[in-house]
Write a protein that binds this ligand. Structure first.
Ligand code: SF4
Length: 347
């Protein structure tokens, strides 16, 4: 452990710092994207188990004293959590959090963007898998495409900068929109990031032939735009960034073909207070029970610190080593433990 003026920094067994917390505020979602929530019925977290805003603030404060400086609100769909701007302003008060961001599907964004900005949210990432309304309807099984595009415009109007658009690319589903999405990103002044289709959580229909690899994405964009330059930067962010000849930046998150576990400083807290050290982790640490039982701050801090110090996770790298690869978790297991779902642990 290293003591600094404000915090006690901890590192895991691969010397990866505890720095980045994905904070799921609800497991509910108002879309049913095929790669995340393909089923008709789901088992939801019991409402009484959801952490209150005060409980979330307390845990984030403890995390921040152990090194967390980036917090990303996720879900499910975070904007379904009632009064989210109130939570944002509570977290924004913590001066140890340098980066307070949110990933949203954008459906409710036009109603809330202004309030979130005023509450102190720094950055927004919107998931946008297609520019075609009919395709959106098939892929997300809801007719909300226009609302998402309105939400993206509202982000800009509210005053946010550094808007990102995340696209999960699936071969035969939306991989013919690479160029259109880049052009749309230019139009709305957002950086587009292509995400390789992953085999986690509810992706029970995943197969390797549906993955459009980082190499193929670059090659196809080069065919259209000309030579692409990688942006060299020292960062633990999952996206590798590139420049088109006209200076447009875009990113690729190549979790499937080029995992980046070696530098991974991310962990995930579910809406009911289970803490997962890896997207692929099958078991988490229950922080809600000791918190509600009145554990002292120092006890919770010691629990979090020692759990992180024992962390050995490198889930995506291990998956890549497998010869035969299908969906990670079968439907029956997902039904038994909703914590295994990606929409519960915040993608
Ligand atoms: S698979 Fe796990 S360890 Fe690897 S980058 Fe993802 S969250 Fe981090």
């Amino acid at each position: 452990m290293l003591d600094t003026a404000h915090r006690t920094l901890v590192a895991d067994t691969f010397d990866r710092p505890l720095r980045n917390l994905r904070l799921s505020v609800t497991d509910r979602c108002n879309l049913r994207c095929q790669y995340c929530m393909p089923e008709e019925e789901y088992v939801w977290l019991p409402r009484e188990d959801l952490l209150t805003f005060e409980e979330i603030r307390e845990l984030v404060n403890i995390f921040s004293e152990l090194g967390i400086e980036k917090v990303r609100l996720t879900g499910g769909e975070p904007l379904l959590r009632k009064d989210l701007p109130t939570l944002v302003s509570m977290l924004a008060d913590n001066h140890l959090i340098a980066d307070l961001a949110m990933t949203t599907n954008g459906v409710l964004l036009s109603e809330q963007a202004q309030a979130l900005y005023a509450a102190g949210l720094h950055r927004v990432t919107v998931s946008l898998d297609t520019l075609r309304p009919e395709r959106f309807k098939r892929l997300a099984r809801r007719d909300s495409h226009a609302k998402v595009l309105n939400g993206i415009r509202a982000v800009q109007r509210a005053g946010f900068t550094d808007l990102k658009l995340d696209t999960v690319l699936i071969r035969g589903t939306n991989d013919d929109e690479l160029i259109d999405l880049i052009e749309y990103g230019k139009h709305v002044k957002a950086e587009v990031r292509f995400i390789e289709y992953m085999d986690v959580g509810g992706a029970t229909q995943w197969s390797i032939d549906k993955v459009v690899s980082r190499a193929e994405i670059v090659q196809r964009l080069e065919q259209h735009y000309g030579e692409i330059q990688p942006i060299r930067e020292i960062s633990s962010a999952p996206a590798e960034r590139f420049l088109l000849p006209d200076g447009t930046a875009f990113g690729i998150i190549a979790s499937t073909t080029t995992p980046f576990c070696r530098t991974c400083d991310r962990s995930r807290l579910t809406a009911d207070g289970m803490w997962y050290l890896c997207l692929y982790a099958q078991r988490g640490t229950d922080l809600r029970t000791p918190l509600r039982a009145g554990a002292a701050r120092q006890e919770l801090k010691a629990l979090i610190a020692s759990t992180w110090q024992h962390r050995q996770d490198r889930g995506a790298e291990k998956r890549q080593e497998l010869r035969v690869r299908g969906a990670l978790i079968q439907l029956e297991e997902l039904r038994e433990d909703p914590h295994l779902e990606m929409h519960t642990r915040g993608g």
